[in-house]
Design a protein around this ligand. Structure first.
Ligand SMILES: *[C@@H]1O[C@H](CO)[C@@H](O)[C@H](O)[C@H]1NC(C)=O
Length: 207
């Protein structure tokens, strides 16, 4: 008697399963809801896209930060932390590496090539930031204002990169790691930033 009931129950279950109709997209998102991190910690030099030539920074930054789930709600918290670390160390490099080098070399083509590397570094930094904020927005945090502001900055730097397409850009090495972004913390230096801008303008570039 009991066996008959069990068999009947299994038969009913088996009949019910196909009607549940789990489509591929649902299964994909269910899988990613497990939220496994995608990124591994990297050094700044491994992440840098500043070398080579200008013109492809947007794609180069995308390639460095590729692999996140298309379902933004499924992005792991560790990956948001990684993206934030990329922003931090690229920002440190801007001050501690690029601005410092531009001021050190002075007016001329060398400074302009460093500036092009700095712009690519900004594209990397802002791509990380926009990815992080877009994910946070999808996950229910209201970051609209910041996301809009950072997107404007990103687009501005992508345009600067495209304007100089094909020209040499200089990579500046910088000792930093996403694992411990605080270790490479560089104080904001407005005076150095202003000096760097003046040098670029006097070199005939746009800063
Ligand atoms: C999100 O925050 C902005 C201010 O930063 C506010 O104007 C807007 O109404 C907020 N949106 C929601 C959905 O809460």
């Amino acid at each position: 008697m009991k066996t008959t009931i069990l068999v009947a129950a299994f038969a009913a279950l088996a009949a019910a399963v196909p009607s549940v109709n789990i489509n591929r997209a649902d299964r994909y998102s269910a899988h990613h809801q497990k939220r496994a991190p995608v990124f591994k910690d990297l050094t700044y030099n491994e992440l840098s896209i500043s070398g080579g030539t200008s013109g492809q920074a947007a794609a180069e930054a995308e390639a460095k930060l590729a692999g996140l789930p298309t379902d933004l709600t499924a992005i792991d918290k560790a990956d948001l932390t990684f993206l934030n670390s990329v922003n931090q160390i690229a920002n440190d490099a801007e001050i501690g590496a690029f601005n410092q080098q531009i001021v050190a070399v002075g007016v001329g083509e060398e400074a302009l090539a460093l500036q092009r590397g700095k712009v690519k570094n900004k594209v990397l930094k802002l791509t990380a930031t926009v990815k992080k904020l877009t994910a946070q927005q999808a996950q229910g945090k209201n970051v609209t204002e910041k996301l809009d502001a950072e997107t404007v900055k990103l687009n501005k730097n992508i345009a600067l990169d495209v304007k100089d397409a094909g020209l040499a850009s200089t990579l500046v090495e910088f000792d930093a790691n996403t694992k411990d972004p605080e270790a490479s913390n560089v104080e904001k230096n407005a005076e150095l930033a202003d000096q760097a801008i003046k040098i670029i303008e006097q070199s005939g570039g746009v800063a």
